[in-house]
Write a protein that binds this ligand. Structure first.
Ligand SMILES: Cc1cc2nc3c(=O)[nH]c(=O)nc-3n(C[C@H](O)[C@H](O)[C@H](O)COP(=O)(O)O)c2cc1C
Ligand SMILES: [Fe+2]
Ligand SMILES: [Fe+2]
Length: 405
């Protein structure tokens, strides 16, 4: 059953939320679910903007039918060919035989690769600056390669001044009644999931995000609304400025605020004890924003999001079968893949009889940009020895000295 939802007089929201899926892309936890957005513009012509994931597609077909309310579908616009938006599209094309699909050249290749597209004769390939006239609404296509797939484009409705931004500005989290960021306490209730989404899914592609921002600036678009493919819609000047500001920081790999994230993997609790003591020492030195994670416990995507949020990090290199503990090894490699940079870091090392953990960690980070080691690694053998406490105090002093407040 579709309950009609409009984002303005002529544009319907026809997306759906999924609160059953455990892992997005079989990888990312979804404690608050996830939503896949799709919009239907009803003008002299009708246009459906993107599809949704197959997990909720049956409801979606109902939504589109109900929102069309007896009208035919003229256009299907595909901003991004990833399966969470496109696994439903062959069915849409089958149901609306007069509908033309618009997408990029690369997008068309991917439609063939992923879905063995059945309707190539109904495709219009579009590129930078191409437009689509729907009557009152005119859509302008803006190429956004590598945000975060190579075929991504955005579109700008110059009549209502809406940017349809594909996955950019999206967030994990199912819709809870409200569609707009100004209807909720976004910073309190949504920002963490928007950050976790951006950093983990798009994070590697900061330079491409910045290129699109530049393009948008050059085109002098007067954006009044941003409609992403997940998460909430931004429509107030303050919310648009707020999310743009966050994106600016994330895409340039600048920390949002001062703070320190400890990451360890501790099998018997001794490395954890070292983290706890050092964190307490930093708290006593008036450092705020301290987070302590065990990589074996907390979802890695959450740890990564906080590592991007804060300015400092301490990584415990625990030796495991002579190598770096596998979970930590994977975390550091994922961080470098996401271009983790511009942070102040320190290493702790725990080994009981020998190995290369610290060397491996340093080697993984060796290609990273501007990761400044602010103190020589602090080493323990199995557990913190009482006589090491004064040295640990000095280590804490060194870290605290690099905070501005
Ligand atoms: C399965 C296993 C393999 C380990 N392999 C090594 C090793 O190769 N070299 C080493 O110095 N310590 C090794 N350790 C010891 C750990 O590095 C660490 O010193 C010990 O687990 C104590 O720290 P924790 O209490 O934080 O787990 C190993 C521990 C386990 C459980
Ligand atoms: Fe995507
Ligand atoms: Fe997506």
């Amino acid at each position: 059953m579709y309950y009609p939802r409009k984002i303005n007089e002529t544009i319907y929201y026809v997306g759906e939320s999924d609160r059953r899926l455990d892992l997005f892309e079989n990888m990312f936890e979804l404690p608050q679910g996830v939503a896949y957005h799709s919009y239907l513009i009803k003008d002299e012509k009708t246009a459906l903007l993107d599809g949704i994931d197959e997990t909720v597609s049956e409801r979606y077909y109902e939504n589109v039918r109900a929102a069309l309310d007896g009208r035919d579908l003229d256009y299907l616009i595909v901003h991004h060919v990833e399966p969470d938006h496109c696994s439903s599209l062959n069915n849409i094309l089958r149901e609306y035989p007069n509908c033309t699909m618009l997408l990029t050249k690369k997008g068309l290749d991917f439609m063939h690769q992923f879905y063995h597209l059945e309707y190539e004769d109904r495709v219009r390939v579009v590129g930078e600056g191409d437009t689509l006239d729907l009557g009152k609404h005119k859509l302008q296509f803006i190429m956004a390669p590598n945000v975060h797939w190579p075929e991504v484009m955005m579109s700008y409705d110059s009549t209502d001044k809406i940017l349809f931004s594909a996955d950019a500005f999206g967030s994990f989290g199912a819709i809870e009644g409200h569609l707009f960021a100004d209807q909720v306490n976004f910073e309190r209730d949504w920002l963490a999931e928007a950050r976790r989404y951006y950093i983990n899914i798009v994070g590697r592609h900061g330079a491409s995000v910045m290129r699109v921002f530049k393009k948008i600036e050059d085109l002098d678009l007067k954006i009044k609304m941003i409609c992403p493919l997940h998460g909430l819609i931004f429509r107030t000047r303050e919310d648009i400025a707020m999310i743009m500001d966050k994106y600016q920081k994330w895409a340039t790999y600048e920390p949002e605020e001062e703070g320190i994230v400890f990451v360890s993997a501790s099998m018997y609790g001794n490395s954890q004890n070292l983290n706890d003591i050092l964190a307490a020492m930093l708290a006593d030195r008036n450092i705020s924003n301290i987070r302590i994670y065990d990589v074996s416990k907390t979802p890695v995507s959450e740890i990564i999001a906080d590592l991007f949020r804060f300015s400092h990090a301490v990584f415990t290199c625990l030796t495991y079968n002579t190598e770096l503990y596998p979970g930590m090894d994977a975390l550091l490699r994922e961080l470098t893949m996401l271009n983790y940079a511009n942070r102040k870091i320190a290493f702790l090392e725990n080994q009981s009889w020998g190995g290369r953990a610290l060397m491996i960690a340093r080697d993984i980070f060796s290609k990273s940009k501007n990761l400044e080691e602010i103190a020589e690694p602090f080493k323990i053998k199995s557990s913190v020895a009482p006589e090491q406490l004064s040295d640990l105090e000095k280590f804490a002093d060194q870290i605290a000295a690099t905070f501005t407040k």
